[in-house]
Ligand binder design. Structure first.
Ligand SMILES: [Zn+2]
Length: 209
C-alpha cells in the first residue's frame, strides 16, 4: 500500500468531522452508522466497528485497499462503501446514518423500491440540481444482514438508474441512509439535505395520504 501520509490524514479528518456532525444531530445512536473517505484511486479510510461516531479519532479509521480483501475489524457494512468507490471514481466520501426520517420513510416505500422526491426548493442542495422543478429518485432496498450480496444488488440497480434522476444516496428499509459526494463537505451537505427532504416528504405524505 502506498498512499501519501498527508492524503490519509486529510481523508481521516473529513470522516472525523462528518461523524461529529451526524452525532450532534442524533443520526448515529449507540455507535451505529459508518463513514468513509477516499484517499486516492485505490484506497479509502473506513470506520472500525463499534466506534462512537461523535468521538472518532484517527485511530478509529482503517486504511483499506479497494481491490483487496477487507481487513478484520471494519464496520460490517464496509462492503457497501467499497462497492460504491469501485463503481464510481468521482465519489470522494460516503456517510451512512441511522436517522429517524430515513429509517421511517424507507419502510413506507419498501414495496415501491424508491421514493420520488419532487417540488422542494431544497433539492438544489444536491450537486447538479439547479431548479426545484427537477425531481430525484431515491432507491430503497430491503434491509439485509448479508452485506456482500446486498452490495452487489445495490450496484446492479444503481447502474440501471438514469444518472440525471438518481439522488446521491439510497435507503435501506427500516435501517437508514447512505449518501455520497465528491468530497467530505459535499457528502455532508447531501446527508443534511436528505434528512430535511425526507422529513418534508414524510410530512407531505402525512397530510395528503
Ligand atoms: Zn447501518
Amino acid at each position: 500500500m502506498s498512499s501519501s501520509t498527508q492524503a490519509v490524514h486529510e481523508a481521516r479528518q473529513q470522516v472525523i468531522a462528518a461523524g461529529r456532525f451526524a452525532a450532534a444531530r442524533g443520526w448515529v445512536p449507540a455507535t451505529s452508522g459508518n463513514f468513509s473517505a477516499r484517499v486516492d484511486a485505490h484506497h479509502a479510510v473506513v470506520t472500525l466497528s463499534g466506534r462512537d461516531k461523535g468521538q472518532l479519532t484517527e485511530a478509529d479509521l482503517a486504511l483499506v485497499a479497494l481491490a483487496e480483501p477487507l481487513p478484520a475489524g471494519l464496520s460490517a457494512e464496509a462492503p457497501l462503501h467499497i462497492a460504491r468507490y469501485r463503481a464510481d471514481p468521482a465519489i470522494g466520501a460516503i456517510f451512512h446514518v441511522h436517522a429517524v426520517n430515513a429509517a421511517v420513510i424507507s419502510r413506507r416505500h419498501e414495496q415501491q423500491g424508491e421514493i420520488k422526491v419532487a417540488g422542494w426548493e431544497l433539492l438544489k442542495a444536491f450537486a447538479g440540481i439547479h431548479t426545484h422543478t427537477q425531481s430525484v429518485r431515491v432507491p430503497v432496498f430491503a434491509n439485509s444482514q448479508d452485506i456482500p450480496t446486498l452490495a452487489g444488488q445495490v450496484e446492479q440497480r444503481l447502474q440501471d438508474f438514469p444518472a440525471d434522476a438518481l439522488a446521491p444516496g439510497y435507503l435501506l428499509a427500516g435501517h437508514g441512509l447512505y449518501a455520497w459526494g465528491r468530497n467530505g463537505a459535499e457528502a455532508q451537505r447531501h446527508l443534511e439535505a436528505f434528512d430535511a427532504l425526507l422529513q418534508l416528504q414524510l410530512e407531505w405524505e402525512r397530510i395528503t395520504a
